[in-house]
Design a protein around this ligand. Sequence first.
Ligand code: ZN
Length: 409
Amino acid sequence: MGWASPNSLCPSTRRKHADRLTAMEQVLTLVCQLQPTNDEAWHIDATLQAFAEACTYIHATMPLRIVNVMRMQAMLYYDVRGRFGLSSNLAQQAFRRVSGSRKSAQAHGHEVKAFEPTSIQYDQRIFSFIARDWHVSLTLLHGRVHLALRLGNYQRGKLKGHQPTSAQLCQHAAGSYAIHIQVKEPLPPPQTPTEVLGVDLGRTDIAHTSDGAHWDGGAIRRCRDHYVRMRAGLQRKASKGTRSTRRRCRQLLDRLSGHERRLQRHTNHVIAKTLVETAQAKPSALALEDLTGIRQRINQQPRGTTERRRGNSWAFFQLRQFVTYKAALAGVALYLVPAAYTSQMCHRCLHLGSRQGKRFACDHCGYTGDADCNAAQNIKILGEQVSLPRGPWVHSFWSGEPSGLLESP
Ligand SMILES: [Zn+2]
């Protein structure tokens, strides 16, 4: 796993489902709450602190151009171990963290940010899961410690019978600790789809399928508007009030961002699950737009607000990731189709139409209807092209003509 942003509160939370997909298995990350005693919590804090200080020290001492882990270790390994009291493997993880941060900073053209005491990656030499009493064993600053887990049925089910070999120790908020356990799930054999379910994500609706099911996102929008108003008020207050008022406002702001994020996450899970279950029941394949490189493509042209939101919003990115991994686990085929013209093309006659807000109108055949529904139909048609070359009614190709994007025979 890389370390895209080790400075944020909990780097792997956002990547929880950015899971590695291999041919036969998928890596799921299970977030499990830890229940440390006061003493154990003190040890965890001390370890996180020492780890962050070690990273900061390595970064400050090592010339910036060096990004290779082995070269860093060759120069500073004993120094770091002696100075911060880290075990051999924890010290190696610190070098890896600094190396990862430097590589990611170079790739994205920004500076390495400060190392916060919020997470440590563990491998099988310093982490193990004990299934018999739902504990984990972790190497901390002062030796190996057994920590109790607080698990729900979902986590127990996923952990049963597994011997995970890597995990990440995280501090979610002051005094709240979790271990993100990486579990390898075998994938079922893929289904043979008989049809394709087109799904349009994130235009006006959160999701719209070619069957007509849709989620309009009203609840999320209302929640977001509510928080936007509340935040504005709090920020005004935080900039004016006394010192303690300002602090309390900041704490409240932190909590609020969590509420909004959790509602969004929950909604995305529910939508993704419904989509995958619908597809599994038929059985059909899911088709989504291929948004790879869409930012670069879009940024070359003027963009509307919806397009901007669609391209840049993490919420839709998260929904796509949820659909991807849930589909893989259910054996549902997932096709990514070219995103160009799915919103402008008429699904009845395949000519360019025009959309105004939520309405789509085709001048060629006279079709009018819901714009998202039309886009979902187009995605379905394109998915059928990918999957069932002889099945569907369109035996066509990309003609490149502005008026007839796909040509019917
Ligand atoms: Zn038409």
